[in-house]
Ligand binder design. Structure first.
Ligand SMILES: [Zn+2]
Length: 252
């Protein structure tokens, strides 16, 4: 089946800010005297293609910083390529961030990298361009996938939803996830409704004594989310599964 990410596409989201839309997303941005890269994909063999894309869009300016939203293998593959060319790598594993995070102001552009609660890994961060209205969330938004890598519980669900509400309050125009197409603030708003709905629906189906197979049938994916990236393929069912598992253990 056709998937919008089958063919990588470099999109200039706002002047000088480029997102390479694909299964794994990478962003680079013109900061005036230098460029900044955010997340560096999974496959080392993309090196020459990526370097060509960046040269074509940013020109010959050096990449001074590589920022990683987190350090899963599919976000750091080309870190070394840029490091060897003089870039400084910044992620929370190698560069602790305090509450304020890191701000770069250059070339008329403001970039803020901020630590966030552990919604996906222990050391997650977002990158926000407040004046451009662009928010890079990494894998904390998963197009319907519950992004937690820790068990789903009442507390972790509340943490996630609270974090989403904070991101909505930033009022982004474009949100860049770690994988798949870009989204808008309204998708975050939809997810904040979806997850509590899903939890309640699954719990109520379990309370009615439905077996697992019947629960999957009873808790159908909402029609208005059918076009979410890979949602029908597996993400909704995966979320149902996680909620069943948590509910069985009395954790949600
Ligand atoms: Zn990840």
């Amino acid at each position: 089946m056709h998937d919008i990410t089958d063919i990588p596409l470099v999109i200039e989201v706002t002047p000088g800010l480029f997102v390479r839309r694909a299964e794994d997303v990478m962003t680079w941005v013109d900061m005036g005297p230098y460029g900044v890269v955010i997340d560096t994909l999974e496959k080392p063999e993309t090196e020459s293609e990526i370097l060509a894309d960046i040269a074509r869009t940013l020109g010959p300016k050096p990449i001074r910083y590589v920022l990683n939203t987190h350090t899963h293998y599919d976000h750091v593959a080309l870190n070394g390529v840029f490091e060897r060319r003089g870039a400084t790598i910044i992620n929370r594993k190698v560069h602790p961030l305090d509450e304020q995070g890191l701000t770069l102001c250059e070339g008329g552009r403001r970039l803020i990298m901020k630590p966030i609660p552990p919604c996906h890994t222990e050391l997650d961060a977002i990158v926000h361009f407040p004046d451009d209205g662009v928010l890079i969330m990494g894998d904390v938004f998963g197009w319907g996938l519950i992004p937690l890598t820790t068990p789903l519980t009442r507390e972790s669900a509340a943490m996630l939803l609270d974090f989403y509400r904070q991101m909505i309050a930033l009022d982004p125009r474009v949100v860049v996830p770690g994988h798949g197409p870009m989204l808008e603030r309204s998708h975050l708003e939809r997810y904040v409704q979806y997850l509590p709905w899903l939890i309640e629906e699954v719990k109520s189906a379990m309370a009615r004594g439905l077996d697992e197979e019947a629960i999957y049938a009873a808790v159908a994916p909402p029609a208005d989310m059918h076009d979410w990236w890979r949602f029908l393929k597996w993400k909704h069912a995966d979320s149902v599964k996680k909620v069943i598992h948590a509910a069985k253990r009395g954790r949600i």
